[in-house]
Design a protein. Structure first.
Length: 187
């Protein structure tokens, strides 16, 4: 069976992390990509597991060498998806990128075989409830995230699959069916 690169994408709070972590935990033929970053490791974070921690110089050198499928800068730190790690891992397993909408569309340009999956909320109200329920947002970041929502959902037509995360188990089963189906039929 061929292994695929899949982007699981969608607005913040929609359930991407929950879906991806559940799938990774129960299958040994699928892993999550490990990103590179220039930010400092937090307590308990392991190099090569949570991130590949790089110096800024090293990161910039790898941008020059075109080793990132996409990269971005947030709050003064760089984050990127390393092409070499993804390609090496694809020899033995399928790889999921949990990534925002803009990032996933950038990866598609560099890696056209990417299977694009959008996770959408059942409604804007439910998305707000999940973001607030997660307890990770202050008023300001909630506003920023919701401001991006219309743009993100409007990119739907660029995606291969569109899944509404209403019932979590159903959404997980749908993503797994895509992994199995695409893996079987791809050349
Ligand atoms: P993301 O990774 O897309 O930002 P998370 O996986 O952190 O989103 O999910 C946001 C919150 O929504 C979490 O508290 C999670 O437990 C909850 N959640 C995820 N999927 C569902 C669902 N189908 N129904 C209800 N709550 C959900």
């Amino acid at each position: 069976m061929r292994h695929i690169l899949m982007a699981v994408s969608g607005p913040a709070g929609v359930g991407k992390g929950t879906i991806v972590k559940t799938i990774i935990a129960k299958r040994d033929d699928v892993v999550e990509s490990v990103s590179c970053t220039t930010r400092k490791p937090r307590a308990g974070e392991i190099d090569g597991k949570h991130y590949f921690f790089l110096s800024k110089e090293e990161f910039l050198r790898r941008i020059e060498e075109k080793d990132f499928l996409e990269y971005d800068e947030h709050f003064g730190n760089y984050y990127g998806t390393p092409r070499s790690f993804v390609e090496e891992t694809l020899k033995t397993k399928s790889v999921i990128l949990e990534i925002d909408v803009v990032g996933s569309l950038n990866v598609k340009k560099e890696f056209p075989e990417l299977v694009l999956v959008m996770i959408a909320p059942p409604s804007v109200e439910e998305l707000k409830r999940r973001l607030i329920g997660r307890g990770s947002e202050d008023e300001e970041s909630l506003k920023t995230r919701l401001a991006r929502l219309d743009y993100e959902l409007a990119q739907r037509d660029k995606y291969d699959y569109y899944i509404v995360n209403d019932d979590l188990d159903t959404a997980i089963a749908e993503v797994e069916a895509i992994l199995d189906g695409e893996g079987n039929t791809a050349q």
